[in-house]
Design a protein around this ligand. Structure first.
Ligand SMILES: [Zn+2]
Length: 302
């Protein structure tokens, strides 16, 4: 009898440990892969794979380098950040760019499986100058509806929480299950006057991706952590862990110099260390092995 109870307790412990192990690996930490100076997206994919990343967020630049990206993506999961006004000069709400948008929708639908794209990420319409905003929103949502991958929508700095929530609810009505959640961009939230720690604490499981980067007062600078900006990164990471967040964390960091590359890697390691100590030490080891090759690659372009 006692032996039976012991066996049952032991079995329960083993199951609990297994369950915990499954839970632990549900945060995937990645970086945005874009064309950077002379480096192609596929070359960057090769670099981050060597560092042990399992997730990256791609941009439109992947289609200038498609074959090589497809060949190198392997098992890495990806998200696809749709063009936004600030970086690309248009987004999926710009009707005057209809031909380009429809062409891009076809390209995404033809290639998302080969590129292992798990979601397409859209901003609310950012160019509402002159046009009827409701018309602009419905044009954007019709375009998102045509995409085959799932959709997530990201908060932007020029819209406060209420305005974003109204748009999100409207998108849910049009897109239904295709809309799988929101991307919470912490610096955007700060710049729109919100508190990211409060938002994450009060989130109701709708967050599927979190964007992090250090920002300046009033400017979305996309800096690595510790650059003297106003992102309370330690508090944010602590809160993400506390609420048992499961999903993607993407670091939207813009390198400006060779020193920045090191800071970007440090930022990545800081997040990995928060969620997976084993992966953190494995990444340090990979970095040690790969450091000189990485420095050589970067020397040629910086
Ligand atoms: Zn973002």
């Amino acid at each position: 009898m006692i032996l039976n109870i012991k066996v049952i307790i032991l079995k329960k412990l083993v199951i609990n440990r297994k369950e915990k192990k499954v839970e632990k690996n549900l945060v995937a930490v990645g970086l945005t892969v874009d064309r950077f100076k002379g480096i192609t997206p596929s070359a960057l994919i090769k670099v981050v794979k060597k560092l042990g990343l399992e997730f990256v967020e791609l941009t439109i630049s992947v289609f200038d380098d498609l074959e090589s990206c497809r060949d190198n993506i392997g098992n890495m999961k990806t998200g696809f950040h749709l063009p936004n006004l600030h970086d690309t000069g248009f987004d999926f709400s710009c009707k005057k760019m209809d031909e380009k948008i429809q062409q891009l929708i076809r390209l995404i639908n033809d290639n998302y499986q080969a590129l292992n794209v798990k979601y397409c990420l859209a901003h609310p319409p950012e160019d509402d100058s002159g046009a009827d905003i409701e018309e602009t929103i419905s044009y954007l949502l019709e375009n998102l509806k045509k995409l085959e991958p799932s959709i997530i929508i990201e908060n932007i700095q020029s819209w406060d929480e209420n305005r974003f929530q109204n748009f999100y609810d409207q998108a849910k009505l049009v897109l239904g299950d295709k809309l799988i959640g929101l991307c919470f961009d912490a610096p955007h939230h700060i710049l729109s006057g919100g508190d990211p720690v409060d938002f994450i604490n009060n989130s109701n499981g709708e967050i599927r991706c979190i964007h992090l980067s250090d920002c300046e007062e009033g400017f979305d600078a996309h800096m690595p952590f510790g650059s003297g900006g106003c992102l309370p990164v330690d508090e944010i990471l602590k809160t993400i862990k506390k609420v048992d967040y499961n999903g993607f964390i993407n670091l939207e960091l813009l390198p400006r110099s060779q020193e920045d590359i090191l800071l970007i890697i440090k930022s990545y390691l800081k997040v990995v260390k928060t969620f997976d100590k084993k992966k953190y030490f494995a990444s340090l080891f990979r970095l040690f092995l790969f450091k000189s090759k990485l420095e050589k690659t970067l020397k040629n372009v910086l």
